[in-house]
Design a protein. Structure first.
Lengths: 560, 394
C-alpha cells in the first residue's frame, strides 16, 4: 500500500515538474505560453469533466486515479473541489450523478455545479449524497491538494500551504515538498518548505539525514521547529540526553541557543510594537487633555466621557449605515469630532466659564459632568454595545513564524501620528493656533493684544474634546464600548499629561510612547497590574525630580 | 483647669459648631435609649438597622472632617482620602479576620479562609500581630499616617500643588485599588475581608455591640471635631489658612510651608484611618472597592456641599449627602448619579461656600435687617472672623 502511494506521489512529482516548467516557459515568453495554455485548456475540458465524474467512481482506487489525474491539470477549479472532497463535503446529485457543492438552506439543500459554478436549484435533503472516501483516498487528496497549492502561481497560497506543512508533517508528502522546494522561486516559501522537509527527515533512521535536518531546523523560528529541537535537546533527570544520538542532541542544543537569541529579538520587537500601539492609544486619549490643561489650566475630568461619546458615535453611525461598515468608520471620525467637540464647547460655555481662576472647582464640576454623562449613556444602553470592525482593519501581518502583528495596531499608530501632526499644524500654522499659544503663555498679555481669550478658551475646550471623540473612534475598534469606557483611560491620560508636561505636544508624545512601551515590557515580567502600579509609583517619584513634567514650559509664565 | 478652659473657649467661640456638637451628643445618648427602652412597635423606636446606618454616616462625617482639614483650611485637594480610610478599615478588618479563628468555612485556626483557598501554608509577615487588638488599633493610625508621611514628604517637598497634587493623589488610590484586587497581595483580593464574628469577644452582630460602635463613632466625631477646631484656631491653623490663600507669600515670610502641610496631611490621614476602622465592623466588610477613585471624590462633594473651610459644614455635608444617597439609591436608583453629578456642578458654580454659606448669608441678612449692624458683641466679631477663614480661594 505504502509503495503504491509512493509510486503515485512520484507520478505527481514528475508531473509537477512538468507543470512548473510550463510556467517557466510562460514567464519567459508570454505570447507563446498563452497559446499553449489555451490549447491545453481546450484539450482538457472534456477530460476534466470525465475525470470529475470518476471522482464518484465505483471503487476507491478509481477515485484515487481520478484525483491523481486531476492534480496534474492546471485548472483553477480543481483545488476547491478536492479540498471539499477532503473535508468530506463534496456531494453528487442522486438522480444523475452530477457532482455538486451543497449549501444548507431552510427548504433543503442548494446545489451548485462544480464545473460551471451555476446554481442547480434547491432539492430535498435526501436527493444529494456525499461522495464517500476512505483513508487511502484521503491520503491521496492530501498530497493532491498540497501539490496544487504548492504549484499555485499565488505566492500567498503557497506560503499558507507551506506553513500548514510545517504544522502537520506527513512523510508521504516528502517528495512533493522536496520538488516544490527545488522549483520555488520565493526564498521565504522555499525556506518554509525546507523546514517542513526537515521536520519529516528528523524522523528518519539515517543519522546523517537527521543531522542535516537539525541544521535546517536551526535556521527556523516557527514554534513547531523550535519544539522539535527542544525535544531533541532535552535532558533526563540524570543529566544525559534523552535522544539516543548524542551528536544530534548536542547540535540541536547549539542551534537552540542561536534560535533563542533570535526569538528574543522577535519578542522584543513584538513588545515594542505592543508598546507603541498602547502608546498611540494613550497619546490619542491624552492629547486633548494636554491642550485644555495647557491653555486653560483646568483639568477636565469629563475628558474620558468625551472619548466615550466618540465611541458611541461610531456605534450610532454603524447602526445608521449597517451595510457600509467600511465607510462608516471613516465617517465616524469627523462625526465623533463634531459630537464631542460640541459637547465640549457647551460644557465650557455653560459651566466652566464661571469657574475661571478656580482650577480645583473646575475639576469637581467636570467630574460631576462626567457622572451625568455616564449615567445618561447607561440609561440609553446599560451594557456594552457591539461595534463592528471593518475588514480592512482585521487580520494580521505574519512577519515570520514567531512574529505577527495585527493590522489594527499598525493603523492606530499611524492614525495617532496623523492626528498629532494635524494638531501640530493647527497650533503652529493657523491664527487660532497662534492665539491659543499666546493665551497659554500669558493670558493677560494676550488679552491686551486684542485676543478674546474667552473665545479661545471655548475653542480650545471644543478642540480638546473633539480630539477625545476621535480617540473614542479608535478605541471602539480595540476595546469594549460601554458606559465605563472613559473611566478606564482617564487616569492613564492624566499620567501622560503630568509626565510629559503641560501644553506641550512633543512632551505628550514622548510621555505616551514611553509609558506605553514601559508598560508592555513590564507586563510579561511582573504581570499587568503590578506593572501598572510600578509605572504609577515611577511617575509619582518622577514628579519629585521634575514637578512640571518632562518638557516643562520655561519662563515667568510657567509659575502660577 | 487649663484643659477645661481650652475646651471652654473652643466651644464658646464656635457658635454653630456648638449646636452641632450638642446635636451629636444628643444623638449619641438618645439613639441607644430609644433603641433599648422603646417597645419595638412604638413610633419612637429606633431599629438596630438604623443605628448601624447612622453609625456609618458618622464614620463618613469623621472622614469629611479629615478632608476638610486639609482641603478647606490648607488648600490641599486630596482625591485619595478614601485610600487612608480604606487602609484603616483593612487594619481593623485584619484584626476581625484573626478573631474568626477556626470558625471559618475551612475551619483552619491558623489561616483566614481566603488563604486556605489559595493554598497558602503560612501567614504572611504583614499579618503577624493582628491577633492583638492594641496592635491593630495602633496600625489603624500608623499605616495611613505612614503612607501620608511618605507621600506628603515627596509631594510637598518638591512643591507639587493644585491640580497636579489632586491627580497624583487620585493615582495613588487607584494604584492601591489595583494592588488590593490582586489575590497574591494577601488581603483577600476581590472579595476583601468579611464574615467577621467577634470584636473583643463580643458578637459583632449583636444589638449591644452595634449600639456601642455607634456611640463610639459619635464620640469620635465629637473628639475629632474638637481636635480639628483646636488646630484651626491655633497659630498653626492660621498659618495653614495663609498657606491656602497665598502659599508663596507664606514661604517668603519664613514659614516652612512643606512642614505645615505635611503635619496636617498626616493628621488628616490618621483621622481618616480611624473613620475606616469604625466603619468596617458596622458594615461587616471591607473590600478594594473602598479604594476606588470615585469613593474618594465623593468625600470631596460632602465637604463642598456642606461648606468647605467650616468644620461643621463638613459634618453636615456628609450626613445630608449620605442620607440622600441612601434614600435615592433605594427609591430612584437611576437618578442618583444624575443628582450626584448635579451636586458637583451646582455646589461648585453656585454654592462655593456650601449649605452653611447659604444659611449664614440668609441669617446675616435677617440680622442686618433687625439690628442695623449695632451689634458688636465679641461673639459676632468672632463669627465674622470665622467667615473670613471660611472663605476659600481654591
Amino acid at each position: 500500500m505504502n509503495i503504491l502511494i509512493r509510486a503515485i506521489c512520484l507520478v505527481g512529482v514528475i508531473s509537477l515538474s512538468a507543470l512548473v516548467q510550463a510556467q517557466e516557459i510562460k514567464s519567459e515568453d508570454p505570447q507563446a505560453s498563452e497559446a499553449t495554455l489555451t490549447e491545453q485548456r481546450q484539450a482538457t475540458e472534456a477530460e476534466f469533466k470525465s475525470l470529475l465524474e470518476d471522482l464518484n467512481g465505483k471503487s476507491f482506487s478509481a477515485k484515487s486515479k481520478a484525483i491523481t489525474a486531476l492534480s496534474l491539470l492546471s485548472d483553477d477549479r480543481t483545488l476547491p473541489i478536492l479540498k471539499k472532497m477532503q473535508d468530506g463535503e463534496l456531494f453528487y446529485r442522486k438522480s444523475d450523478g452530477v457532482i455538486v457543492f451543497v449549501a444548507e438552506v431552510e427548504e433543503g439543500l442548494e446545489l451548485t455545479d462544480v464545473i460551471s459554478g451555476e446554481s442547480l436549484g434547491v432539492v430535498g435533503s435526501r436527493d444529494a449524497r456525499k461522495i464517500r472516501i476512505n483513508n487511502g483516498v484521503r491520503q491521496q487528496l492530501r498530497s493532491a491538494v498540497a501539490l496544487l497549492e504548492l504549484a499555485s502561481p499565488d505566492r500567498k497560497l503557497r506560503l499558507e500551504s507551506a506553513r500548514n506543512m510545517i504544522k502537520s508533517p506527513d512523510d508521504s508528502l516528502r517528495e512533493v515538498l522536496a520538488l516544490a522546494s527545488k522549483k520555488e522561486k520565493s526564498d521565504e516559501v522555499k525556506h518554509l518548505l525546507d523546514v517542513a522537509i526537515a521536520r519529516i527527515d528528523i524522523q528518519s533512521d539515517d543519522q546523517e539525514v537527521r543531522a542535516d535536518a537539525v541544521e535546517v531546523l536551526g535556521t527556523a523560528v516557527e514554534p513547531e521547529a523550535v519544539a522539535v529541537l527542544n525535544s531533541l535537546a532535552k535532558k533526563g533527570e540524570d543529566g544525559k540526553y534523552l535522544e539516543s544520538n548524542v551528536e544530534i542532541a548536542k547540535l540541536a542544543e547549539l542551534k537552540l541557543k542561536s534560535i533563542n537569541t533570535k526569538l528574543g529579538i522577535f519578542k522584543f520587537t513584538e513588545n515594542l510594537m505592543f508598546g507603541l500601539s498602547l502608546g498611540s492609544i494613550l497619546l490619542l486619549a491624552a492629547i486633548g487633555l494636554a491642550i485644555t490643561f495647557g491653555v486653560m489650566g483646568v483639568i477636565n475630568m469629563a475628558h474620558g466621557e468625551m472619548i466615550m461619546l466618540g465611541a458611541y458615535t461610531t456605534f450610532a453611525i454603524q447602526q445608521l449605515l449597517p451595510n457600509h461598515i467600511n465607510v462608516s468608520l471613516l465617517l465616524a471620525v469627523p462625526a465623533a469630532f463634531l459630537v464631542s467637540g460640541t459637547a465640549g464647547v457647551l460644557i465650557e460655555r455653560i459651566i466652566i466659564r464661571h469657574l475661571y481662576g478656580r482650577p480645583l472647582d473646575t475639576l469637581l464640576a467636570t467630574f460631576g459632568i462626567s457622572l451625568i454623562l455616564q449615567q445618561a449613556v447607561r440609561m440609553y444602553r446599560a451594557n456594552n454595545v457591539p461595534v463592528v470592525t471593518p475588514d480592512w482593519l482585521s487580520g494580521f501581518w505574519q512577519v515570520n513564524g514567531a512574529l505577527s502583528i495585527t493590522y489594527n495596531r499598525i493603523y492606530i499608530l499611524i492614525f495617532a501620528l496623523f492626528v498629532l501632526a494635524a494638531l501640530a499644524l493647527l497650533l503652529k500654522k493657523t491664527l487660532v493656533g497662534l492665539q491659543m499659544r499666546a493665551v497659554t503663555q500669558n493670558r493677560a498679555m494676550a488679552n491686551s493684544m486684542g485676543i478674546r481669550s474667552n473665545w479661545v478658551d471655548a475653542l480650545t475646550f471644543g478642540l480638546g474634546s473633539g480630539i477625545a471623540g476621535i480617540a473614542g473612534v479608535a478605541l471602539s475598534q480595540i476595546t469594549n464600548v460601554g458606559p465605563n469606557l472613559g473611566q478606564s483611560y482617564i487616569i492613564d491620560s492624566f499620567m501622560v499629561v503630568v509626565f510629559g508636561g503641560v501644553g506641550n505636544l512633543l512632551g505628550t508624545f514622548f510621555a505616551a510612547m514611553s509609558l506605553g512601551i514601559v508598560n508592555k515590557f513590564l507586563e510579561p515580567v511582573t504581570g499587568a497590574v503590578i506593572g501598572k502600579i510600578i509605572v504609577l509609583v515611577f511617575i509619582i517619584l518622577f514628579i519629585q525630580w521634575r514637578p512640571r513634567g518632562l518638557f516643562a514650559l520655561k519662563g515667568r509664565f510657567a509659575e502660577d | 483647669m487649663l484643659k477645661n478652659s481650652i475646651l471652654y473657649t473652643l466651644i464658646m467661640n464656635d457658635k454653630v459648631g456648638r449646636y452641632i456638637l450638642a446635636a451629636l451628643l444628643a444623638l449619641a445618648i438618645l439613639v441607644p435609649i430609644l433603641n433599648i427602652v422603646m417597645p419595638e412597635d412604638s413610633f419612637l423606636h429606633v431599629p438596630t438597622y438604623t443605628v448601624s446606618l447612622l453609625g456609618k454616616y458618622l464614620c463618613y462625617a469623621l472622614l469629611a472632617l479629615a478632608l476638610d482639614l486639609v482641603w478647606g483650611y490648607c488648600g490641599i485637594l486630596s482625591l485619595g482620602h478614601g485610600a487612608f480610610f480604606a487602609l484603616g478599615g483593612y487594619a481593623m478588618g485584619m484584626y476581625l479576620m484573626r478573631q474568626i479563628g477556626d470558625r471559618g468555612v475551612y475551619g483552619n485556626a491558623e489561616l483566614p479562609d481566603f488563604m486556605v483557598f489559595l493554598n497558602w501554608d503560612s501567614l504572611p509577615w504583614y499579618w503577624l500581630g493582628f491577633d492583638s487588638f492594641t496592635f491593630a488599633m495602633i496600625m489603624v493610625i500608623v499605616v495611613p499616617g505612614l503612607l501620608a508621611f511618605v507621600f506628603g514628604w515627596l509631594a510637598f517637598r518638591s512643591r507639587v500643588t493644585g491640580v497636579y497634587l489632586s491627580i497624583i493623589t487620585q493615582a495613588l488610590t487607584f494604584a492601591l485599588m489595583q494592588a488590593f484586587f490582586l489575590n497574591d497581595f494577601g488581603f483577600g483580593g476581590n472579595n476583601g475581608l468579611t464574615d467577621f464574628k467577634e470584636i473583643l469577644g463580643f458578637d459583632i452582630q449583636s444589638d449591644g455591640t452595634r449600639l456601642t460602635l455607634f456611640v463610639l463613632s459619635a464620640v469620635s466625631v465629637i473628639l475629632a471635631y474638637l481636635a480639628c477646631r483646636f488646630i484651626t484656631t491655633s497659630k498653626f491653623g492660621r498659618v495653614l489658612v495663609s498657606i491656602r490663600d497665598a502659599e508663596s507669600r507664606t514661604r517668603f515670610l519664613g514659614y516652612r510651608v512643606e512642614h505645615y502641610k505635611l503635619l496636617v496631611f498626616i493628621f488628616s490621614a490618621m483621622l481618616a484611618g480611624i473613620a475606616g476602622a469604625l466603619f468596617v465592623p458596622q458594615v461587616g466588610i471591607i473590600n478594594p472597592g473602598e479604594f476606588s477613585p470615585i469613593n474618594s471624590i465623593e468625600i470631596v462633594i460632602w465637604v463642598a456641599l456642606g461648606g468647605r473651610g467650616t468644620l461643621y459644614g463638613a459634618v453636615i455635608g456628609a450626613l445630608v449627602v449620605n442620607y440622600a444617597k441612601t434614600y435615592f439609591t433605594g427609591a430612584f436608583p437611576e437618578i442618583w448619579l444624575f443628582m450626584l453629578g448635579g451636586l458637583f456642578v451646582i455646589s461648585t458654580t453656585y454654592l462655593p461656600r456650601g449649605i452653611v454659606g447659604v444659611a449664614e448669608s440668609l441669617m446675616g441678612k435677617r440680622k442686618a435687617r433687625s439690628t442695623h449692624g449695632s451689634d458688636d458683641s465679641p461673639d459676632q466679631s468672632d463669627a465674622d472672623n470665622d467667615k473670613n477663614i471660611g472663605e476659600v480661594k481654591s
